[in-house]
Write a protein that binds this ligand. Structure first.
Ligand SMILES: Cc1cc2nc3c(=O)[nH]c(=O)nc-3n(C[C@H](O)[C@H](O)[C@H](O)COP(=O)(O)O)c2cc1C
Length: 316
């Protein structure tokens, strides 16, 4: 137990790796740890995609921002949220898979992170370095296509494992009272927020705000990722309003969308003047002299209507 305590006290992500493979038998230990992680209702809503093809690694790296360690680490995994296999299993026994797209994304991400985290912890305890790669979200659509991810599957993050060629100091964390609460969620005071910046000051050369701003403020990295992430998740079947199959057809025509709101905006951008949703379960889109009808719930009906109206006829 004291070993585990010491491990957590000194652990740090590693981004420089020696060009060496894992020792014989260690990959098996990593995968065993991943598979022993807890999983929602025994469903195992994740997959690990081990990227062994150097060309594929290079391609993934080129879509993942500044993360050259994707190519230099001994093992690189894409950690995937995955309800595709579960659906196959249910349908294999004649069941009809339920419609629970948000909940599916929720538990699939949880399962994926738990498996990846167990793998990472095992790797670090075997003396390897690891780093998670959220940078795969920069090119999530290209990477999903490169890896031929079917409907029901999307990348949560990448995970690099390898023989460390650096020993970074542990990075700071927020003080405990800011992240661990008792019974009720607190109201953060301005003093506590200032204290947080002081505690995290070793990051970003004394100005943690610079880092937060770059990622999370308006115009930052996260906002830039959001559009493609929405489109990919909807396309993979995780949007409650938009059927993945219809989105795939629209995408083939260059009319992609990640939410019903986006689909409506796209329709207007294509010159439709009005969209009518009827409670009988259909929608009309109209651009004189044509009007097109689709059936079903609003997202489905609108997507169908758009598919009736080939783009080339609508864009002047
Ligand atoms: C979900 C997630 C995504 C991350 N993405 C990246 C990444 O794309 N590139 C990178 O160099 N580090 C990445 N990291 C590593 C974090 O920067 C690192 O965990 C954090 O700075 C704390 O440092 P530590 O792990 O050394 O304690 C990621 C970590 C997590 C959990």
């Amino acid at each position: 137990m004291s070993d585990l305590l010491a491990y957590y006290q000194r652990r740090a992500s590693v981004r420089k790796f020696k060009p060496e493979p894992l020792r014989e038998g260690d990959l098996e230990k990593l995968l065993l740890a991943a598979q022993r992680a807890p999983t929602d209702a025994t469903a195992q809503l994740y997959s690990l995609l081990r990227i062994s093809d150097p060309g594929l690694r290079r391609a993934i790296s080129s879509h993942s921002g500044q993360n050259p360690q994707i190519e230099t680490c001994a093992e690189f995994f894409l950690v995937l949220a995955d309800v595709h296999r579960l659906r196959r299993l249910v349908e294999h026994r004649g069941g009809r898979f339920g419609h629970w797209p948000r909940t599916a994304a929720h538990f699939a991400i949880v399962d994926a992170v738990l498996a990846g985290s167990a793998l990472a912890t095992m790797a670090e305890n075997l003396g390897y370095g690891i780093v998670w790669i959220g940078g795969v979200l920069n090119g999530i659509r290209q990477i999903s296509a490169l890896c031929r991810l079917p409907e029901g599957v999307f990348p949560v993050a990448g995970l690099c494992v390898g023989v460390p060629d650096e020993a970074p100091a542990p990075r700071p964390r927020l003080r405990r009272e800011l992240v661990v609460h008792e019974n009720h969620y607190p109201t953060y005071t301005p003093e506590q927020l200032e204290q947080a910046y002081a505690d995290m000051a070793p990051m970003a050369r004394g100005d943690w705000y610079r880092l937060l701003e770059r990622y999370f403020a308006q115009g930052g990295t996260m906002e830039k990722r959001e559009g493609a992430y929405q489109v990919l998740l909807a396309r993979q079947g995780f949007d409650p309003d938009l059927p993945a199959a219809l989105l795939a057809e629209l995408e083939a025509q260059g009319r992609e969308a990640g939410s019903l709101g986006q689909l409506i905006q796209r329709a207007f951008a294509q010159g439709f003047r009005s969209i009518q949703f009827h409670r009988q379960g259909h929608a009309w889109i109209e651009k004189e002299p044509q009007a097109y009808r689709g059936e079903g719930a609003p997202g489905e009906a609108l997507a169908q209507a758009l598919l009736q109206a080939p783009e080339e006829r609508l864009i002047p």
